[in-house]
Design a protein around this ligand. Sequence first.
Ligand code: SF4
Ligand code: SF4
Length: 498
Amino acid sequence: MKKVEFDIPVITNHPITPSIKEGAMAHVRPFVAKQGHQEALGFPGELVDDWHDKAIEKMRELLGKYRSLQVFMDSCVKCGACTDKCHYFLGTSDPKNMPVARQDLMRKVYRRYFTFAGKYFPKLVGAVDLTKEVLEDWYSYYHQCSECRRCSVYCPYGIDTAEVTMAGREILASVGVGQKYSNEIIGKVYKIGNNLGLPEKALANTLEDLEEEVKDDIDVDVRFPLDVKGADVLLVTPSADFFAEPHVDGLIGYAKVFHQAGVSWTLSSHASEAANFGLFIGSQDNMQKVAMRVREAALELGVKRIIVGECGHAWRVAYSYWNTLIGPFDFLDPKYPVPQHICESTYDLIQQGALKFNKEENDDKIVTFHDSCNVSRASRMGNMPGGQFVIPREIIKAACNHFVDMREDTIKEGTFCCGGGGGLLTDDLVELRVKGASPRVQALHEVIEQHGVTHMAAICAICKSQFTKVLPYYDMQMDMIISVHQLVGDALELGVER
Ligand code: SF4
Ligand code: SF4
């Protein structure tokens, strides 16, 4: 690990709310997108001359388009319930990382330009002009929010800071100040088809290599099909699943499940990416353009079902937005009229008795589960309330003998973000990522101490990458984080009668 140039939060046996340190994270901001990365997404290449008027006009447009934004701007009563709920405040002590303060960055400007009191008595209502300094503050602190929605769970008015952050980023990009990491990645999807810029031939070779690897390992011909016309299922998964660790073990797990259940499936080189960073930058246009590849691939291949792999925000986009963005899905099998999550599919097969497990294969592990924000607070699974919490846990318990949950207020709808979500999984934000992970690491530390937990399973590509990077900063092993479908794949009995 490189020399660490910032303080790493001390992990204690109990959660601690930190004292405030003004400006503690004012120096942190991601790299600004270059001209090419901006223009490829339909944004101006650099800060436009009339940025002030354009930004206010964009805010007016968003207030009209998203009624929720107008309500959020008007309804905060400063009760303080959200102040200690953000992992970035808990990890950094910077008061501008309190959700209410993050909203106020925009609210103060909103009041100045869109309310009577703010126009005529700005000081009385805390209204401010939109200046370059304010714009700088927006850029910094709207990129210190992972859009995880934890704060909204505790707000009596349901104010969703994630939506304010998305609006802030959308306004910034529209005047020429986009974020390099997210915009560059979206550009790669347009140009090559996936976030990693993996061309079709390299993808085909990678999948062939995986077939050989599994054959060598367990002597079974498990297939990783690509572009198979007439397959029943199109699997759309994050491109990290093709080779990053521990993601790829999850992909091997999905393939073993499909093999054992006799499901005819395929991946697509046209839609070789489930992730959709259009959500992170708050741009519905870009979100739609990225998502459209999935519809095109499904129609081209003539599949009957679409299944989404282990990716938190991809599932949110699929569950909550696909129908509007790329629906209707009237060409799918009426039994599966909407996209499914891979966990729903595996859980159904377990319920039907189509999968058998040798749980002892995972007896070297005591497993806990990290609920991913976008799955927990922005989507569901199955046809039961809270299915997104029940289904992954039931899958883990079907494949493992030893499972324990972390502290109740840190799981399910109260789960802490990994610290790298929302377009922040970039090395230029490593200080934020390490500090923001500390509330999750603290809860993990508790179950390690109390129950000897050895592994934390997840169903999100970003969570897996983030923990692989940040756990070593806390003297924890990077390979503690594993894919849920790795547990499944390792314990699944292949070849037994279904
Ligand atoms: S959405 Fe998440 S990251 Fe953003 S302010 Fe709320 S708790 Fe913090
Ligand atoms: S909990 Fe809601 S109403 Fe209370 S301060 Fe936070 S955003 Fe405002």
